[in-house]
Design a protein around this ligand. Structure first.
Ligand SMILES: [Zn+2]
Length: 98
């Protein structure tokens, strides 16, 4: 399946909005990256990539090279999956009662 994948990272060591912009610019230059958005307030980096193959490690390395550290958060898809999963126990209860 073709499509975009959104990923979330937590950035550490940012001390001003310029840092956020620096990271944004560097990450958006990576091949396959469609959008890179850094929020200095929440210390989060959102990356939307065209290729699902784009390695999280490549993004983390780019950030490290700039002197910051980054941690992967769960991808948006995974978060969606967890939210959907919350409906499941009720559903399986209903199925069991039949
Ligand atoms: Zn700074």
């Amino acid at each position: 399946m073709n499509g975009h994948r959104a990923r979330l990272f937590t950035i550490k060591n940012m001390d001003c909005t310029d840092c956020a912009l620096k990271i944004e610019k560097a990450v958006s230059k990576l091949p396959g990256v469609k959008l890179a958005e850094v929020s200095f307030v929440t210390s989060k980096l959102k990356v939307v990539s065209e290729t699902p193959q784009l390695n999280d490690q490549a993004i983390i390395k780019t950030i490290k090279d700039l002197g910051y550290s980054a941690q992967t958060e769960e991808s948006f898809k995974t978060i969606t999956f967890h939210i959907e999963g919350m409906d499941c126990p009720d559903e399986s209860e209903i199925i069991k009662r039949r």
